[in-house]
Ligand binder design. Structure first.
Ligand code: SF4
Ligand code: SF4
Length: 291
């Protein structure tokens, strides 16, 4: 089984459009949405949730009132103002607690324990295109590589059980912990970029991260015709770095129409972007030897 992660240094380069098209074109695959911060793949994949597993990504300090002597050391130790006292009773505000453990360390009688708390969920869903594993964070919870890793591990397990040839991962944006978790163990990192200065800047950084994992790194330039000059510059950078450019996708208003209709662009007509994506998928499948 091959593992393909689609990433982009910055948001808004069309990563999800590319993933959606490949999801529709690839056969025998499991899909993982690791873009847990801005998960929008489900808008076009129309998942029906079959199973949900709780995700415990953080800890919460809990005070045992029977042991507490009311010394106040925990209030002084907490930098987040999460512990308060009212009428001699000390309590922790779950919304402010960061789970750092300083209060438990400071408590002279061991009255504070850190307990795992529900930070989100991992869903396993059926879609018209195959099984999708996706994460959901509770409001106020921060994305962590840990949720991405758990989404990926569950997707890998299912891909093996289903005998899938491909695990297609919509990776996290940026270059932080979640994208590192998305890339770990992947065979191929496909970077979707666009001809803009900010995208070029982020491309250089994300390629460095992807290479660190020894994944084969390929490049797609989306909306390439919007700035032929910057597209040439990106291709120049790729050549210098020995980075294969899989191809270009032209700007096409059909992409927005497909998004509004909740469909993948390759199923919503035969515009220039759809044609380019079909061609790119052919090349990518050959690269991955999954035809
Ligand atoms: S675990 Fe950290 S943030 Fe939470 S109450 Fe204790 S000191 Fe404050
Ligand atoms: S440090 Fe421990 S004993 Fe002191 S007030 Fe806090 S919970 Fe109670």
């Amino acid at each position: 089984m091959k593992e393909l992660v689609v990433i982009s240094g910055k948001g808004g380069t069309g990563k999800t459009t590319v993933v959606g098209a490949f999801v529709a074109l690839a056969s025998n695959k499991v899909i993982a949405d690791c873009d847990v911060d801005a998960a929008d793949l489900h808008l076009i994949l129309r998942p029906r949730v079959e199973k949900t597993i709780g995700y415990e990504g953080s800890e919460l300090a809990v005070i045992d009132q029977d042991l507490c002597t009311g010394c106040g050391a925990c209030v002084r130790a907490c930098r987040f103002g999460a512990v308060s006292e009212r009428e001699g009773r000390y309590t922790v505000d779950p919304l402010s607690c960061e789970g750092c453990g300083a209060c438990a360390h400071a408590c002279p009688v061991g009255a504070i324990e850190l307990k795992p708390r529900l930070s989100g969920w991992i869903h396993v869903s059926s879609t018209p295109y195959g099984t999708l594993v996706h994460g959901e964070l509770r409001p106020g919870e921060e994305t962590s590589g840990k949720l991405v890793t758990q989404v990926k591990m569950r997707a890998r397990e299912l891909a093996r059980l289903e005998g899938a040839k491909l695990l297609l991962i919509d990776g996290s944006p940026g270059i932080g912990c979640p994208v590192i978790a998305s890339l770990s163990g992947a065979h191929c990192g496909l970077v979707v970029t666009e001809p803009s200065m900010s995208a070029l800047h982020d491309l250089v950084r994300v390629v460095e991260v992807a290479r660190h994992f020894r994944a084969r790194v390929l490049l797609i330039i989306n909306k390439a015709d919007l700035s032929p000059e910057l597209t040439t510059r990106i291709e120049g950078y790729a050549k210098k770095e020995g980075l294969p450019v899989l191809g270009r996708i032209p700007y096409d208003e059909g992409v927005i129409r497909a998004q509004v209709a909740g469909r993948t662009v390759v199923e919503d007509g035969d515009g220039p972007a759809a044609r380019a994506l079909r061609e790119l998928w052919g090349r990518l499948a050959a690269e991955l030897e999954i035809r």
